[in-house]
Design a protein around this ligand. Structure first.
Ligand code: BG6
Length: 477
């Protein structure tokens, strides 16, 4: 009996991590400081540190979660073998920029840093796992914050391209899928992680954020050109923190507010995928009193070098109202959103909306007509280890079942999708809260919020469930 599956035969099932939350070894083998390396955990003011990074830098905290993290640096072999055991076809990871260029503006790369990624990529290939590399995932070298306020300064384009050039040449023929910037729209919400900048005492923060965004958009377009020039087989994706925003009521005011909120994210992908600033940018800049400084060739560069595919993270939909009195924030979320009464809410205030993923995929494809790649999705939840050492994470399986079903429905709707990498496939540090307790993985890592634990890896129930999903190409969920 053949079981029906909407997923294509070459669908890339896998998982995702990022160097800054996973590797640890924060100063090993010549690595420079990453942005996250100066951030404390949730209980010692992580949010204040994220919004006032220069102050955080001058503060000595007791504990820095990223310094050891879950030590992928020394556990990579075990972890990649666990991924292979689940049947991963792809693994999304990021290359730590300060591991390769410790200060950001160095002229030559740190060979010991490259050697680490050689080991990862070679083992991935040996295990028949296709590497999917994020070039910049929240880790512009910290030194650049102090030298030029990160991406606020145009010189970052050259430093980033030097990094890209090394990667594209060094991994030519071994890596074919690249993402230029993780969640590029995050720069508007957490400018420190998105852009390595501190805007806390700026007179006009929006001016700096959009100017820095312009620098990243030009850098992304030039990286796309470079990647294609070095190896025509390279496939380059943009990456959006996605999630459709719904209107709170059928009141047209709310519907228009939702449209504008959705455009805050689309703004970036409109440029990266269509090659021009969108029609609504002019009015937006006028309203926010933003004047973009552009170099004479910038528009031509953006136009000529659009991305090959659209990747995105999806955790939840969002909800907005035009009435400021109604539009207060949902706790625990970077993106302002009302609580949707039709949806379940996690302990960290994130809501589960599988159909929202189908809606988001249809909207993205209708708008861009380029293949999609879901590169983050998942449920951050607290796990309990039973007396016999097992982790029964049925809540995580339920979330993933709902979302993967919705992804299959979107594909059946006619939306091409290259693959799916759920977030934090092996437990790692939360970006927002710095906690270990907010776990996303199929594999439990023995480490707590204070850094105690053996770092031992244990497959959860979801590990065996996902193994079956991959084996049956999504026909058994
Ligand atoms: C995305 C990021 O925003 O969400 C990841 O790309 C992050 O780096 C993930 O970890 C989940 O967020 P959090 O705060 O739960 O770690």
């Amino acid at each position: 009996m053949t079981t029906h599956t909407p997923f294509p035969n070459d669908f890339l099932w896998g998982g995702a991590t990022a160097a800054n939350q996973y590797e640890g070894a924060y100063l090993s083998d010549g690595k420079g400081l990453s942005l996250v390396d100066i951030l404390p955990d949730a209980h010692h003011g992580r949010w204040a540190a994220l919004t006032h990074p220069k102050e955080a830098q001058a503060t000595q905290y007791d504990f820095y979660p990223s310094h050891e993290s879950v030590d992928f640096y020394h556990h990579y072999e075990e972890d990649l073998r666990l991924m292979a055991e689940m049947g991963f076809k792809t693994y999304r990871f990021s290359i730590s920029w300060p591991r390769i260029f410790p200060n950001g503006d160095d002229l030559t790369p740190n060979e010991a840093g490259l050697a680490f990624y050689d080991r990862i990529i070679d083992l991935c290939r040996a295990l028949q796992i296709e590497p999917l590399v994020t070039i910049n995932h929240f880790d512009t070298p910290l030194a650049m914050l102090n030298k030029c306020n990160g991406w606020a300064d145009r010189q970052m384009i050259d430093h980033y391209l030097r990094f890209c050039d090394v990667l594209f040449k060094h991994y030519k023929g071994k890596v074919h899928y690249w993402l230029t910037f993780n969640e590029i729209n995050m720069i508007l919400h957490i400018p420190f992680l998105g852009g390595g900048m501190d805007v806390s005492d700026a007179a006009h923060p929006d001016q700096i954020k959009y100017q820095a965004s312009h620098h990243q958009l030009v850098a992304s377009a030039l990286a796309t050109k470079l990647a294609h020039d070095i190896d025509p087989d390279n496939q380059i994706g943009c990456m959006l923190a996605a999630g459709e925003t719904y209107p709170n009521t059928p009141n047209p005011d709310d519907v228009f507010k939702a449209l504008e909120t959705n455009r805050e994210g689309y703004f970036f992908i409109d440029v990266q995928s269509r090659g021009t600033y969108p029609n609504y940018a002019k009015r937006l800049f006028k309203a926010k009193e933003i004047v973009l400084e552009m170099a004479p060739d910038d528009e031509a560069i953006l136009k000529a070098n659009t991305v090959d595919f659209i990747s995105f993270s999806y955790y939840s939909s969002r909800l907005t109202s035009a009435d400021p009195a109604v539009n207060n924030q949902t706790e625990g979320n970077v993106f302002a959103s009302l609580k949707n009464p039709y949806l379940k809410t996690s302990e960290w205030g994130w809501q589960t909306d599988g159909l929202g993923l189908r809606i988001t995929m249809n909207q993205l494809y209708d708008r861009y007509q380029k293949p999609l790649f879901i590169v983050e999705n998942g449920l951050g939840a607290r796990d309990t280890v039973t007396a016999d050492g097992q982790i029964h994470d049925d809540y995580r399986i339920a979330y993933l079942q709902e979302n993967i079903t919705a992804m299959g429905q979107a594909i059946a709707d006619g939306v091409p999708c290259i693959g799916y990498t759920s977030w934090g496939c092996i437990d790692l540090i939360s970006a927002g809260s710095g906690e270990m307790a907010k776990r996303y993985g199929y594999v439990y890592v023995d480490r707590d919020n204070d850094g105690n634990g053996t770092l031992a890896r244990t497959p959860k129930d979801s590990f065996y469930w996902y193994q079956k999903v991959i084996k049956t190409n999504g026909s058994v969920l």
